[in-house]
Design a protein around this ligand. Structure first.
Ligand SMILES: *Cc1c(COP(=O)(O)O)cnc(C)c1O
Length: 379
């Protein structure tokens, strides 16, 4: 006997459209702002992706539709960063933090030794994780300046037998950024989580680049790894399949179920970046946004940023108020003005404005206006 068909639930009524919603200016360090156009497109494709009658989230990762989404995303990323065929592009899980482990497991080789440069909180985490696996030589550190400088390369004590050199081009918490690409004959490994896609990058200088998506690529849950193909396949037998670059490269990052929706959204962001005019254009805007904000901070006499000028981050701008008892008032007022997530990292306090690609120049202008007004009232 066939059961009686159950009545379908009534569709959920849509009450508001994206157009009449007020979006705030979001300065979150991560998960960070996404371009409004990307969110609108994702919303419009949510229930019915390109007439297929289902959402991207509900598709098999082996389906023709999803494979096309995945391949297009990779192609667009390759185009944006001008990545040559000598490199594999992987879309993985586990965040940048998992790369802290995967990098040594895959690249340290028999000698189990690597050089690391310590410029702040993320370097420290990468070093700590690598030490579980082998010998880490901290070739340079700016801890003695409270991470307000990048140690110049002529002060680095690199070792001859290191398998690679690891550094953190942009320290998201300290707001410290390298103004140069290190020179080395070893594979150069970079944690570009918070600065990838902010400007053009010469990928050929690197052995391996990794970046968690939730700063400048897309939503949390996916991690991009760009790795020179000759560095793949060096993991020992004991390395689990999910932590072996070779397994992921051989399977087009689909050894297991990939984070399909995050991959799709990252792909929309890549398309958006191309439509903006690519990374040269983003660099112009990002430089202007950062310069404006630092310029105001420096001349304000009320706010300050501790980082040496030529090592200041374009993406993460930490600053403190002259009187830190005003911090709460500052943040509350900012929230009232639609300026969100300006509190500094819990480990350092103060303020931090993260001004990634998806944060428009108008948001930076609005922030500066609020800061001026606040300084006038409380200075
Ligand atoms: C955010 C961040 C990380 C950690 O990323 P997860 O994806 O949370 O693991 C590592 N390094 C840098 C530079 C970051 O900005």
């Amino acid at each position: 006997m066939t059961p009686r068909p159950r009545r379908l639930p009534r569709p959920i009524p849509t009450t508001r459209t994206a157009d009449i919603m007020t979006r705030v200016h979001n300065f979150c360090a991560g998960p960070a702002a996404l371009p409004e156009e990307v969110l609108k497109q994702a919303a419009s494709e949510m229930l019915d992706y390109h007439g297929r009658g289902l959402s991207v989230m509900e598709m098999s990762h082996r389906s023709e539709e999803f494979v096309a989404i995945a391949e297009t995303a990779e192609r667009d990323l390759r185009e944006l960063l001008n990545i040559s065929d000598d490199y594999a592009v992987l879309f993985l899980q586990g965040g940048a933090s998992q790369q802290f482990a995967m990098v040594p497991m895959n690249l340290m080789g028999e000698k189990r030794k690597a050089d690391y440069i310590n410029t702040g909180q993320w370097s420290i985490k990468a070093i700590k994780e690598a030490r579980r696996y082998g010998t880490v030589n901290v070739a340079a550190s700016s801890e003695d300046t409270a991470f307000s400088t990048v140690p110049p390369q002529n002060t680095w004590a690199l070792s001859d037998d290191a398998a690679y050199v690891h550094y953190t081009p942009n320290e998201t918490i300290g707001g410290l950024e390298y103004s140069f690409v290190p020179e080395t004959d070893k594979p150069l490994v970079a944690d570009l989580s918070s600065t990838i896609l902010s400007r053009p990058l010469d990928v050929s200088r690197y052995g391996l680049i990794y970046a968690g998506a939730q700063k400048n690529i897309g939503p949390a849950g996916i991690t991009v790894v760009i790795v020179r193909r000759d560095l793949i396949g060096r993991a020992g037998e004991q390395v689990p399949a999910m932590l072996d670059y070779r397994i992921h490269a051989e399977n087009g990052s689909m050894y297991n179920t990939p984070p399909t929706y995050a991959w799709y959204l990252a792909g929309l962001v890549f398309k958006w970046l191309k439509a903006q005019g690519g990374l040269t254009h983003m660099a112009t805007i990002n430089r202007r946004k950062a310069e404006k904000l630092y310029h105001y901070i420096d001349e304000s006499g009320f706010y300050s940023n501790p980082v040496e000028r030529h090592s200041r981050s374009w993406m993460n701008v930490p600053f403190v108020l002259a009187d830190d008892s005003l911090d709460k008032t500052f943040l509350k007022g900012a929230e009232g003005a639609g300026l969100l997530n300006l509190a500094g990292h819990r480990s350092v306090g103060g303020m931090r404005a993260s001004i990634y690609n998806a944060v428009p120049e108008a948001a930076v202008d609005a922030l500066i206006n609020y800061m001026k007004d606040f300084a006038q009232r409380h200075g």
